[in-house]
Design a protein around this ligand. Structure first.
Ligand SMILES: Cc1cc2nc3c(=O)[nH]c(=O)nc-3n(C[C@H](O)[C@H](O)[C@H](O)COP(=O)(O)OP(=O)(O)OC[C@H]3O[C@@H](n4cnc5c(N)ncnc54)[C@H](O)[C@@H]3O)c2cc1C
Length: 479
């Protein structure tokens, strides 16, 4: 892997003031690695304890069919200023590869249709493309067109489900046809349970103000922000980000070191105990692990923090990389002429989404094979647990064939299971987290939780969460 330029430390990214002498970070995903970086830059001695045999967590690039492909996260979303600043700091800006512009397919009962312009994960911001798409029935369109009128008397205080909000604003058809496959697919969850505040802060702001989604200039701009050109990776894969997060800092990373418990010592510091029984003493601890793990680690030292965290459940997912003979894939129009398929859950397929990697990413195009990634797994579904690898691959391929008419055997496949990984930020999530954090601040000041299952799935959410965790520990805002 080529070396990135030596990272510079941007002003304002390092905390001043009360820096812990020794910090332990539990978990070496994006969140833990960035928290470790900032703490080390501030002058703390940092130890990272990671359960697995590698760093990166849900960022995992592998060699597949002669290319660098992702089993986990595929891209960073460049809409977040914190992400772009970090990419610049790591010297990774110039080598970044943006995804190709291209059309996404939406599965409907009538077959595949182009996803209309102006439809984002939270619903349409322009109605005409939806009208022209033919996806929504005439009564469904008539109901959706009422949105600006409904908005005037539709102000939401507190939390509610994304599904309820969209159903009340636009009607059921818009919720089930667009928001379920897009936002529900993104979170591998049920839109009628996902929290408006936690899973869609942009929509929560609109809900509070009673603004119309179809009339609001701000949301109209926000709609296409999920356009492919805002997504980026690197020639060596997304692992470039996690591989370089510890560049230029002195951090002690211990692999194969699962933390099982945490306690406060008589001296007021903390001891993180690993499965081998080894204690790691620290003045501050960042638990950058999923909420269920954090709950287990905190069970004895802060039962009041552990209880709400234990209620944050996660869905299991599977990713299947598929290499198809390029000539045969090229004859399949949906694969040749789109970047992927989103699939509403009401269609009852096992496949949740398909990404046509060779069309989406310039570095994955060309050659003898066309690469596709198939995804499965949602909250409440047991598909990932119920089948052997060959069965699961065949089931997902069968759905892909049915949707696209593909008539080809893969030349190579690779399946990866992400067990209990996709956090379900359901209604009341932020309140539960606030309760857990208040209990932590009382019982274990100097211990913080951070990461996807606390502050929002996705790398940009993890970046913000890691920075917030370090800010809390050092009592200084930073970026
Ligand atoms: C299939 C898939 C596709 C995705 N696609 C995207 C995408 O395209 N863009 C995007 O922004 N996001 C995407 N995401 C989400 C994104 O990858 C995650 O939100 C993010 O990587 C989570 O980072 P994290 O550091 O919070 O947690 P993790 O990456 O889960 O890291 C936690 C780490 O803690 C370790 N650990 C667990 N228990 C212990 C313990 N007891 N002691 C010590 N260590 C422990 C784990 O081994 C792991 O390394 C995707 C996720 C998946 C699974």
């Amino acid at each position: 892997m080529p070396d990135a330029p030596t990272p510079s430390v941007p002003e304002g990214s390092v905390p001043e003031g009360s820096v812990p002498a020794h910090a332990v970070v539990v978990g070496a995903g994006v969140t833990g690695l960035l928290a470790a970086r900032r703490l080390a830059q501030a002058g703390a001695r940092v130890t990272v304890l990671e359960a697995g045999d590698r760093i990166g967590g849900q960022v995992r690039t592998v060699d597949f069919a002669g290319r660098r492909c992702e089993l986990g996260a595929e891209a960073v979303h460049l809409a977040s200023p914190a992400v772009t600043a970090l990419v610049r700091e790591l010297g990774l800006e110039d080598s970044m590869i943006r995804s190709n512009p291209g059309a996404t397919w939406l599965a409907t009962r009538k077959g595949l249709r182009r996803l209309p312009q102006g439809v984002g994960p939270t619903g349409p911001t322009q109605l005409m493309p939806v009208v022209r798409s033919g996806i929504v029935s005439a009564p469904g369109l008539a109901r959706a067109a009422l949105e600006p009128l409904v908005a005037r008397r539709h102000r939401v205080e507190g939390d509610m489900s994304v599904g309820r909000f969209v159903r009340e604003r636009f009607g059921d058809e818009i919720a089930d046809s667009f928001v379920d496959p897009m936002l529900g697919g993104l979170h591998s969850g049920d839109i009628d349970q996902l929290s408006l505040q936690a899973a869609s802060p942009m929509l929560a702001a609109v809900a509070r103000d009673g603004r119309s989604l179809t009339l609001s200039v701000r949301t109209r701009k926000a709609g296409p922000s999920v356009a492919p050109s805002m997504f980026a990776t690197w020639p060596q894969g997304l692992s470039a980000l996690t591989d370089h997060l510890l560049d230029g800092v002195d951090v002690d990373v211990r692999l194969a070191s699962p933390v099982t418990s945490l306690r406060r010592t008589e001296q007021g510091s903390y001891a993180a105990t690993t499965a081998s029984g080894e204690d790691h003493h620290a003045d501050a601890v960042v638990l950058a692990v999923n909420a269920a793990v954090a709950a287990r680690v905190l069970a004895d030292a802060s039962p009041d923090a552990a209880a709400p965290l234990a209620r944050v459940r996660s869905a299991s997912l599977a990713s299947v990389l598929v290499a198809l003979p390029a000539a045969e894939a090229g004859r399949c129009r949906p694969i040749a002429d789109g970047t992927g398929i989103m699939i509403p859950s009401r269609l009852g397929l096992r496949l949740k989404a398909a990404t046509f990697l060779s069309a989406k990413w310039p570095q994955l195009s060309g050659g003898d094979t066309t690469l596709v990634r198939l995804s499965a797994g949602r909250d409440g579904s047991t598909i990932v647990d119920d089948h052997t690898d060959p069965e699961l691959i065949e089931l997902l391929l069968a759905d892909l064939r049915e949707l696209t008419g593909l008539d080809a055997q893969p030349v190579e496949t690779r399946l990866h299971r992400w067990l209990d990984t996709a956090p379900q930020l359901v209604v009341g999530h932020q309140q539960r987290l606030a309760t857990a954090r208040a209990a932590l601040a009382r019982d274990l000041p100097g211990v913080v939780v951070a990461g996807a299952s606390h502050d929002g799935a996705g790398i940009s959410g993890c970046v913000t969460s890691a920075l917030q965790a370090v800010t809390t520990l050092t009592e200084r805002p930073l970026r």
